[in-house]
Design a protein around this ligand. Structure first.
Ligand SMILES: CC(C)(COP(=O)(O)OP(=O)(O)OC[C@H]1O[C@@H](n2cnc3c(N)ncnc32)[C@H](O)[C@@H]1OP(=O)(O)O)[C@@H](O)C(=O)NCCC(=O)NCCS
Length: 257
């Protein structure tokens, strides 16, 4: 496995397209498809700009890809893996995952998501030691299972304490309980061509403190008072002098089991 470059984008897009289009055989609803841009070389190039994008090589031929992002050195997110369907079930995906894990010796926690309908990936990740910790409901079409793999159970990854969160912090991983939720209100986004958005504030607490969690659109309905949730790769900002935790585009809101 090696870092992918611009010259690999075309080949990766072609394999990625064929790989994801087999998802209809393992439970995907609707027509063959994949994640946004899954079949486009330009999209692979964009992903290379903000994720660690590796090509899986077999006898010097590209046979798949692995995409890893980070919300901090000790916590890595497996964003995507795909293997050439002509070579499925030969152990290539598992070997690539092992190599990816080994590339990040500092990582204490790995997380990833997969749709509930995907019987193939559920078996694949389970075999690699991933266990479900919650649900990622960001896609309105299906529930996403959120998995984690603790590298060494005697030295687990420590989530941040809510009481320690400060304005400007990034890569924030916290767990807590939804203590309260405001009534949702509509706002118009100047940045998004005056689109109407729905926003609500929730109180998120752990034993060290509490913070305002900002919920947008579908997120408002995803959480209810009493839920235990995790925010991965969120950020803290200050609004009218009050610190608030934001999920952001790169972050995730996970409803814990
Ligand atoms: C998921 C994927 C990467 C697996 O690659 P692979 O090289 O075929 O995987 P492996 O041969 O290492 O399989 C390891 C284990 O996964 C499970 N698995 C793989 N394919 C499976 C299937 N079709 N049905 C059930 N279990 C399956 C099995 O437990 C398998 O072990 P076994 O063959 O000893 O029973 C590949 O199927 C793929 O590219 N899928 C399309 C894209 C995708 O869904 N990517 C993940 C989401 S980002």
């Amino acid at each position: 496995m090696e870092s992918a470059g611009e010259e690999d984008a075309e080949a990766l897009a072609e394999i990625c397209k064929r790989a994801f289009e087999t998802d209809v055989d393992v439970g995907a609803p609707g027509e063959p498809g994949g994640p946004p841009g899954y079949d486009m070389a330009e999209a692979q190039l964009r992903l290379m700009n903000y994720l660690d994008y590796y090509k899986i090589l077999l006898n010097d031929w590209i046979v798949g890809g692995v995409l890893v992002s980070s919300s901090g050195e000790q916590h890595r997110v497996l964003e995507r893996i795909f293997v050439d369907p002509d070579l499925f079930r030969k152990g290539i995906g598992s070997r690539a995952m092992e190599l990816a894990h080994a590339l990040y010796p500092e990582a204490k926690l790995w997380t990833l998501g997969t749709p509930e309908w995907n019987v193939r990936t559920k078996a694949f990740y389970k075999k690699l030691g991933y266990v479900q910790v919650g649900w990622d409901l960001a896609d309105p079409q299906w529930r996403g299972i959120w998995y984690e793999r603790v590298v060494d159970s005697s030295d687990p990854y420590a989530m941040m304490d809510i009481g320690d969160l400060k304005d400007g912090m990034k890569n924030v991983d916290v767990e807590g309980e939804i203590l309260e939720k405001s009534v949702a209100r509509q706002v118009r986004s100047r940045r998004r061509r005056w689109e109407t958005l729905v926003v609500a504030n929730a109180g998120l607490g752990d034993e060290t403190g509490r913070i305002v969690l900002v919920l947008w659109n579908d997120q408002v309905k995803q959480v209810k008072v009493g839920d235990r949730i995790r925010i991965e790769n969120g950020y803290v900002s200050s609004y009218m002098g009050v610190n608030q935790l934001n999920v952001g585009r790169a972050g995730r809101l996970i409803i814990l089991l």
